[in-house]
Design a binder for this molecule. Structure first.
Ligand code: FMN
Length: 211
């Protein structure tokens, strides 16, 4: 026996499917990345020694969380091949990159480059790797991991920290690196940064300096 679907229902089904498609597109990862990029952030390097070798990645998901106890978070993508190497280590370094560390950021996000080549860094006794020239740095340990969609929210307890407020921060906004206008070191003479290595994610549209 065959059943006949009224033409009216078919048209409604098509409209529903089109609307669902539009809704899906409106919240697509590419669109989310674009809209999230309206929020300006700094950029950090999350790094530590693995068998005596520095391992790390660039992350702009840094957020200060708590003063007492001292906590911060970063979000790590489930697709990251580096995060699993770091997740179980006793200490992780979090360096807030300076305005002149644009090239370091691109390198630390690259899948092909030697991420620490030509970078100045040092390790703490516990194995956290901190970048020289950063505007702030934290020696941390993993307090808790919270699965959140396609990322882990990594709650980090701060064990030690310092800041150099004379170093202006690197800013990431609209998928571009920027500098803060009027930041203290913005007026200082500095060499032009080397061409960045193309990172894998998120895409960097180019570089731009604020005036
Ligand atoms: C500016 C910038 C910010 C990034 N922020 C994050 C982040 O917060 N979390 C994350 O998991 N990956 C982030 N990435 C991507 C990683 O740095 C890295 O490219 C990615 O994890 C792929 O490398 P992996 O497989 O070695 O982890 C960022 C990349 C760039 C260029």
């Amino acid at each position: 026996m065959t059943t006949t679907v009224p033409a009216k229902d078919l048209a409604q089904d098509q409209r529903d499917a089109a609307e669902a498609g539009r809704a899906e597109q409106a919240l697509s990862p590419a669109r989310l990345r674009q809209v999230f990029s309206a929020f300006p952030t700094g950029v950090t390097a999350i790094a530590a020694l693995v068998d005596g070798v520095p391992v790390g990645l660039a992350a702009n998901s840094f957020t200060a969380v708590s003063l007492d106890p001292p906590l911060l978070t970063v979000c790590m993508a489930h697709t990251s091949t580096t995060w699993p190497l770091l997740a179980d280590l006793p200490r992780l370094g979090v360096s807030v990159l300076g305005a002149d560390q644009e090239h370091a950021c691109a390198q630390l996000a690259s899948r092909s480059a030697d991420r620490f080549a030509d970078l100045d860094w040092h390790a703490t006794d516990g194995g956290a790797v901190l970048l020289d020239g950063a505007t702030a740095w934290f020696d941390t340990s993993v307090e808790r991991l919270i699965r959140a969609g396609d990322h882990d929210i990594v709650l980090l307890r701060i064990r030690a920290m310092d800041a150099d407020h004379d170093v202006a921060p690197l800013v990431f906004h609209g998928s571009r690196f920027r500098r803060l206008a009027g930041a203290r070191s913005d007026t200082a003479e500095r060499p032009a940064p080397a061409a960045p290595t193309a990172p894998t994610a998120p895409p960097i549209a180019g570089t731009e300096e604020s005036s």
